[in-house]
Design a binder for this molecule. Structure first.
Ligand code: ADP
Length: 494
C-alpha cells in the first residue's frame, strides 16, 4: 500500500530523534513544574495552618487568664481601662463558645453561631475525652475557620467547654491566588521550554547530522575516507572513532578480498597456462607414444598442483566459515609428531637438510588428530622449503603444567621483521628476492593459525633474516569445557 506523502513525512518527523528529545524534555519539565507547584501550595497551606494553630494556642492561654466563672456567673477579668487588654478580650470573643458540662451553650459569638453550635452530646464527649481538639468548619458564606476546643476548669474545679476559632479565609485566598497565578504561568513556561527544548535538541544533533553526511560520502570504492574527529572526546567522538575503526576493518577486508581474487586467479591461471602449453606441444610436435606420454605426465603434474590449490582453498574457507568442526579426542602428541618427522625425512634429505627431533616419553592432549598432523606438516614443509642446503630443522615437543608445547625451528632464510605480522594472513607470501624454487600458496600458515585457535592455543614466531625461524605453539593439554557453542564460536572466528 502506498501511503500519502504528508503522512509519511509527519510519521518520520514524530519518530525523529529531535522531536523525541524535545518532547521528553518538555514532558519532564511539565511534570517537574506541576509537582513543584503542588509542593509549594501544600507548603504554603502548612505554614498558614501552623501560624493559626500557634495563634489559637496563645489565645487559649489568654482565655484561661481572663475568664472567671463563679457560681455560674461568667466574668471576663481584665483591666477595662487598658485598651490593649480590652482589644485582646474583644478579639478572643470574636469566634468563641462557652458551654457547661451538659453541653448547654452559656455564651457564644455571632460568628461562632454562624459556624453552627456544637451538639450537647458532642460537647459532653469532648469533655469526657479531656483532650484538646482541632477542627475546620465553614461559615454559611463558605469561609473556613480553624476551631480549637477543649475543657476549661474554673476555680471550683467545675469543667466547662470552650471553643475558639480563627478564620482561614485570608490565608486560603493567598494560597488560591498563588495556585491560580502559578498554574496560569505554567503553560507559558511549558511553551517556552518547548522552544528551548527544540533548539537544544537541534544543537545537540547538529554533529550527528555532520557525522551522517560524512558517513554518506564513504562508499565501497572510497573506503579510505574517514569521518573527522571533533576533538571533544565525548560520546559522539567515541562513535566516530568506532565507525572509523569499522571502516578500517572493512577496508582491510575489502583489500584482502580483492587480493584474494587476484591471487586465486593468478594461482589457477599459471598451471592452466602450463597445461595448455603442454597439450599444445603434444598435439603439434609429439611424434612417438613416448613424447605423448611425457607431455601427459607434465600436464598431470600441473593438474595435481591445481587441485591442491583448490583443495587448500576449499578447506580453509570451510574452516573459516565454521563448517569444519574439531573432532576432539585424547591424543599422544609424541607418536603423532614422530610420524610427521619421519615423513619429512626423505624431503629433508632431498634438500640436504638435517632434520632432528626431541620428544618426551609421552604428551597427552585433547585435540583433532588430522588437524594437528596438518599443523605440523605445514610448519615442517615451510621449514624444509625455506631452509637452504646444509641447514638444520629441529622439532621439539615438551609437556608440563597442563600445557603442551611444539617448537619447529630452522636455520633457514628467516622472515623480515616488517613481514612477520602478516605471515598468518591468507595468501600472504613474504615478497622476496628468492624464497626457494617451490612457490607456496600463502595458505599454509593461515591454516596453522586457525588450527591453533580452534584448539584454544597460541602461536608465536621468532625470526631473524638469514639465521632462521622458530614457531612455538602452546596448547592446553586438556580443554576445560568443550561447550558446543564455545566450540562453534571458536570455529567460526577467522
Ligand atoms: P606458503 O605456502 O607461501 O609457504 P605460508 O602461509 O605457509 O605460505 O607462509 C607464508 C609466508 O611466510 C611464506 O611465503 C614464507 O615467505 C614465510 N615463511 C613461512 N614459514 C617460513 C620459514 N620457516 N622460514 C622462512 N619463511 C617462512
Amino acid at each position: 500500500m502506498k501511503l500519502p506523502l504528508p503522512t509519511l513525512k509527519s510519521a518520520r518527523f514524530f519518530r525523529g530523534l529531535r522531536f523525541r528529545l524535545a518532547a521528553s524534555y518538555v514532558l519532564f519539565f511539565a511534570v517537574l513544574l506541576s509537582f513543584l507547584g503542588i509542593f509549594f501550595r501544600q507548603t504554603l497551606t502548612g505554614i498558614y495552618d501552623k501560624q493559626v494553630r500557634e495563634l489559637l494556642t496563645e489565645e487559649w492561654g489568654a482565655v484561661k487568664g481572663y475568664l472567671r466563672i463563679e457560681k455560674g456567673k461568667i466574668d471576663w477579668y481584665y483591666d477595662t481601662e487598658d485598651p490593649d487588654e480590652a482589644f485582646i478580650v474583644d478579639r478572643l470573643k470574636q469566634v468563641y463558645l462557652l458551654a457547661d458540662s451538659n453541653g448547654f451553650p452559656l455564651e457564644y459569638s455571632e460568628k461562632y453561631k454562624d459556624l453552627g453550635l456544637d451538639r450537647p452530646e458532642d460537647i459532653r464527649a469532648a469533655l469526657k475525652a479531656h483532650k484538646e481538639s482541632w477542627t475546620i468548619r465553614r461559615s454559611k458564606q463558605g469561609v473556613p475557620y480553624m476551631i480549637r476546643s477543649g475543657s476549661f476548669i474554673d476555680d471550683n474545679h467545675k469543667s466547662f467547654y470552650v471553643a475558639l476559632g480563627r478564620s482561614l479565609g485570608e490565608s486560603g485566598r493567598i494560597v488560591d491566588e498563588f495556585t491560580w497565578n502559578y498554574f496560569f504561568i505554567l503553560p507559558l513556561l511549558i511553551v517556552t521550554s518547548s522552544f528551548l527544548g527544540w533548539y537544544v535538541a537541534r544543537r545537540a544533533l547538529i554533529p550527528v547530522d555532520d557525522v551522517a553526511r560524512a558517513a554518506q560520502r564513504i562508499t565501497g570504492a572510497n573506503l579510505t575516507a574517514r569521518i573527522p574527529s571533533r576533538g571533544a572526546k565525548d560520546e559522539l567522538d567515541r562513535l566516530i572513532n568506532s565507525f572509523n575503526r569499522m571502516i578500517e576493518r572493512l577496508n582491510d577486508s575489502f583489500t584482502q578480498t580483492r587480493q584474494f581474487s587476484t591471487d586465486v586467479s593468478h594461482e589457477l591461471r599459471t598451471p592452466l597456462t602450463a597445461i595448455r602449453g603442454q597439450l599444445e606441444v603434444a598435439l603439434l610436435t609429439a611424434k612417438t607414444v613416448g613424447d605423448y606420454r611425457d607431455s601427459i605426465v607434465d600436464a598431470l603434474q600441473d593438474v595435481e598442483r591445481l587441485s591442491q590449490t583448490i583443495r587448500a582453498l576449499l578447506l580453509l574457507s570451510q574452516a573459516e566459515s565454521g563448517q569444519l568442526a574439531i573432532q576432539w579426542q585424547p591424543i599422544d602428541l609424541v607418536p603423532l609428531a614422530a610420524d610427521i618427522v619421519d615423513q619429512f625425512q626423505i624431503p629433508a634429505e632431498g634438500a640436504r637438510l638435517t632434520l632432528t627431533s626431541s620428544f618426551p616419553e609421552e604428551c597427552p592432549v585433547e585435540g583433532d588428530r588430522i588437524q594437528l598432523e596438518r599443523l605440523l606438516s605445514n610448519l615442517l614443509s615451510n621449514a624444509v622449503k625455506y631452509t637452504p642446503e646444509g641447514g638444520t630443522v629441529h622439532v621439539a615437543v615438551t609437556c608440563g603444567a597442563g600445557l603442551a608445547r611444539i617448537v619447529v625451528e630452522d636455520s633457514g632464510l628467516g622472515i623480515p621483521q616488517d613481514n612477520l605480522p602478516h605471515i598468518f594472513d591468507r595468501f600472504y607470501r613474504v615478497p622476496s628476492m628468492d624464497r626457494g624454487p617451490e612457490k607456496g600458496l600463502g595458505l599454509g600458515l593461515s591454516f596453522v593459525a586457525w588450527i591453533v585457535k580452534a584448539h584454544r592455543g597460541t602461536i608465536e614466531v621468532e625470526s631473524h633474516l638469514g639465521s632462521g625461524t622458530k614457531f612455538t605453539i602452546t596448547l592446553p593439554a586438556v580443554v576445560p569445557a568443550l561447550v558446543p557453542e564455545l566450540q562453534t564460536a571458536a570455529d567460526s572466528e577467522p
